[in-house]
Ligand binder design. Structure first.
Ligand SMILES: [Zn+2]
Length: 793
């Protein structure tokens, strides 16, 4: 609605008042949204500074492992022995040490199994589903088999047995002597366990058609729990959802498998000379200089191996070395096809082995995309963090969906149909999951955060980098997470299922949107809207570099992002990481002011139109038909001066008065009047709760538009409702908040003024339930197996 400002001096006074933004609204409430996080963050100390960097006395523990293990393919068991050198680099003396026994997750009497909740589905459940209801997370377990570790020996280096106590997924070893600060303790553990079916992080996948299994072996050996300056011993039980807290060390691992298996593992293989055939070695040599992946084991060779023509293949031992890693995993199968290239992804020219192993069931997608996606990930992530420091990066095709990460190796889904066709979702899902899991090398394998407590510190940061890497792979990549409008549905959910991002990984409902989607979106918003790319990228890189091969906490991240950018983000961490409120800005109304020129030629014409508008009522319209029948119309003696008088006519007296007025004005004031500027007061409500920048698009009368951006601090005096004056030369006909979907506004219907009705489409006829529709490749006859080119090209 247009309002006229009268007179000029009053206009200047009122603008000054608005500029001060005084908290005079009756809705004003003292709020702490823009107060500093203060005591919410831990007090800085000599280990972790107030700037978010490691302090001068920062320390962390270290454990080196020498492991010998055998994969028993017939019985699906792992039998292992390990010698561990534990370096007490803490300032404290230790009486005991804690180790993690993750395989105990699958014990029937474990916390994970017993604390599982659920109900019987009346529509029917199969035996697996019934059995799974009281077992650990997602694992289909054979009731006839006993799972979990058998610890057969714990000894010191002289061979003397050490007393140990098992508490669920943790084991305490009591030391014969106090382990002084700065000293090391060498001990060994022997163990074995039955391998579960793949449950999302490790296990085997069985292929009934050929009778073989692929093994994805992880959290398979007893590992040191961290002892750190934040938690002391970090021995929170493994319940399946919260991932791992680990320390760095050097690994030497000897893995014995049937001799017809191909092994892929964390680290560099030390004895390809012994385990590979002459042809394979020659192909590997060729891969050292190839710009595209070279087949080390071809599909034909893998298909021959899976027939198991040799019933007694004997055994082979693959020896690996991995330095400065926080974990070690491997995959093994006779079904594996293997391709590799030694890629120079960085300017430094350092070569890194990018490799993939996959069964034929993964083709044609895997041979075409996997190793290329590995190399792309190292390049993309390297540019925004640091150069990938390890010599190898491997992508293994595990089961159909999902993925799981370990140092230098990851287990990834994405499987075509049996006829070799696939949906678009399968293709991009596969490339996306490879980028994600290989990307985990950066977070948390190198920037070693505590995953069991803070899922977002690795998943959120990694999903954010994945989102960027996907767009660098293909401008039209259908990214699943990262765009603000992809988190609005979750942010609109019922409060009872929303946890803050800063909740423990084990307790979160909806880990996907909470620990992956929301933090990735938050970082994207920081980069695009709050900080800008330059400040954000510098700070993010600083965080990654500071905490490379160290263990950061959330405070270290929050502090570094502010310290390196000079942007106060406490309000943002509060809203997005500590809170569950959504963003919803409501453009309640826009008032339009223009300056009263006092020029009678202009103002009287405006007044005439307004007068005519007011007089045009329905009665008057109807009366027009009988206008000629009135007394005054029929009897001219009834008319006088006022029947002819035009109050809107510009008189000489009006002109004179205007001349006198102009003479009192300064040049500036005269210009302001002539500019004919429009002033708009926008009234905006913060309905969602989280204060965010206000982004306003102005659609002008002439069809052009323009966007104004105001920082989140616009809400600092009043976080409920604000007014903002915008002046424009052109008339605005349409106002829109957040036109380019930058702030994750959950309700966009209240973003426009005047309101624009958005239709809801509905179907007249119920759609028939259909059988699984053929995918587009099948419909267009593009299927029928391989579509890829010769990998040697
Ligand atoms: Zn992940």
């Amino acid at each position: 609605m247009k309002k006229t400002l009268l007179p000029l001096l009053m206009l200047l006074v009122s603008l000054c008042t608005m500029a001060q933004q005084l908290p005079t609204s009756p809705n004003y409430q003292a709020n702490d949204r823009f107060e500093q996080l203060g005591t919410t963050l831990p007090t800085p100390n000599t280990y972790r500074t107030a700037s978010g960097a490691p302090g001068k006395e920062y320390w962390q523990q270290r454990a080196d492992y020498d492991i010998k293990a055998e994969l028993d393919d017939d019985n699906r068991r792992i039998i292992g022995t390990e010698t561990i050198t534990f370096f007490n680099q803490s300032p404290d003396d230790l009486k005991y040490i804690w180790m993690q026994l993750d395989q105990n997750l699958f014990k029937n009497d474990g916390i994970a199994a017993r604390s599982r909740t659920g109900t019987v589905n009346q529509k029917g459940m199969n035996a697996d589903q019934l059995q799974e209801m009281n077992s650990a997370r997602g694992a289909t377990l054979d009731p006839k088999i006993e799972y979990g570790y058998k610890i057969t020996s714990v000894k010191d280096k002289t061979g003397k047995a050490l007393p140990f106590t098992i508490n669920g997924t943790m084991m305490r070893i009591d030391l014969p002597l106090v382990l002084k600060t700065g000293t090391a303790f060498v001990f060994s553990v022997d163990w074995n366990y039955n391998i579960t079916e793949y449950y999302g992080r490790s296990g085997f996948e069985y292929f009934p058609k050929d009778g073989n299994a692929n093994y994805f072996i992880a959290h398979w050996f007893p590992r040191l729990a961290p002892y750190d300056d934040v938690n002391g011993w970090n021995h929170k039980q493994f319940l399946g959802q919260g991932e791992f807290a680990l320390i760095f060390g050097n690994y030497k691992v000897a893995i014995t498998v049937p001799s017809d298996h191909v092994v892929a593992a964390s680290g560099e293989c030390q004895n390809y000379a012994q385990v590979l055939t002459a042809t394979q070695k020659q192909r590997l040599k060729q891969a050292e200089t190839s710009k595209t992946p070279v087949m080390i084991v071809t599909q034909a060779e893998a298909e021959k191996a899976e027939k198991r023509e040799n019933k007694n293949p004997g055994k082979k031992t693959w020896i690996y070395k991995a330095d400065n890693v926080r974990d070690f995993a491997f995959a093994s199968s006779r079904k594996f096809i293997w391709d590799a290239m030694q890629s120079d992804v960085y300017k430094s020219g350092r070569k890194i082995w990018c490799m993939s192993v996959y069964p034929k069931e993964g083709n044609p997608l895997w041979e075409q995309y996997s190793t290329r996606a590995v190399a792309h990930t190292l390049k993309s992530y390297g540019a925004r963090t640091f150069e990938y420091p390890y010599p190898v990066a491997i992508s293994c095709h595990s089961v159909a969906g999902g993925g799981m990460e370990y140092p230098m190796i990851s287990f990834n889904g994405g499987r075509p149909e049996e006829d070799g066709t696939y949906t678009e979702a399968t293709k991009y899902g596969m490339i996306g999951v490879i980028i994600h899991e290989v990307g985990h090398n950066f977070f948390p394998m190198i920037v070693n955060s505590d995953e069991r407590q803070w899922a977002w510190m690795d998943e959120g940061l990694n999903t954010f980098c994945q989102y960027l890497a996907e767009k660098e792979w293909d401008y039209n990549f259908p990214t699943r997470r990262g765009e603000p409008n992809q988190i609005t549905e979750y942010m609109s959910s019922d409060k009872s299922v929303l946890s803050p991002i800063m909740a423990s990984a084990e307790n979160v409902i909806g880990l996907g949107p909470n620990a992956y989607g929301k933090p990735a979106t938050a970082l994207n918003i920081l980069r695009e809207t709050v900080m800008g790319r330059e400040l954000f990228d510098h700070a993010f890189k600083e965080y990654a570099t500071r905490w490379r091969f160290k263990s950061p906490t959330p405070a270290d991240f929050f502090r570094t992002m502010e310290d390196a950018s000079g942007v106060d983000l406490d309000w943002f961490w509060k809203g997005w990481f500590y809170g569950t409120e959504p963003v919803d800005q409501d453009l309640v109304t826009v008032d339009w002011f223009s300056i009263d020129t006092q020029n009678p030629a202009i103002e009287k014409e405006i007044a005439r139109k307004e007068d005519a508008r007011k007089k045009t009522t329905m009665s008057k319209i109807q009366d027009a038909k009988t206008k000629g029948e009135t007394v005054v119309a029929q009897d001219s003696t009834m008319a006088d001066f006022y029947n002819r008088y035009d109050p809107f006519k510009v008189t000489d007296a009006d002109k004179q008065k205007y001349e006198q007025y102009l003479a009192t004005l300064s040049d500036n004031e005269r210009q302001l009047i002539q500019a004919n500027t429009n002033f708009y007061t926008l009234s905006i409500k913060n309905k969602g709760g989280v204060p965010m920048p206000v982004i306003v698009k102005m659609g002008f009368e002439d069809g052009t538009d323009s966007v104004a951006v105001y920082p989140a601090e616009i809400w600092r005096f009043n976080d409920v409702q604000i007014n903002k004056v915008i002046s424009t030369k052109k008339k605005v006909v349409q106002w829109t908040l957040d036109p380019y979907q930058q702030i994750a506004d959950i309700d966009t219907e209240n973003n426009s003024f005047p309101r624009i009705a958005q239709p809801t489409r509905f179907q007249i006829f119920k759609q028939q339930q259909q059988k699984k529709a053929p995918n587009p490749m099948q419909m267009q006859g593009a299927g029928g197996g391989k579509i890829s080119t010769d990998p040697k090209n």
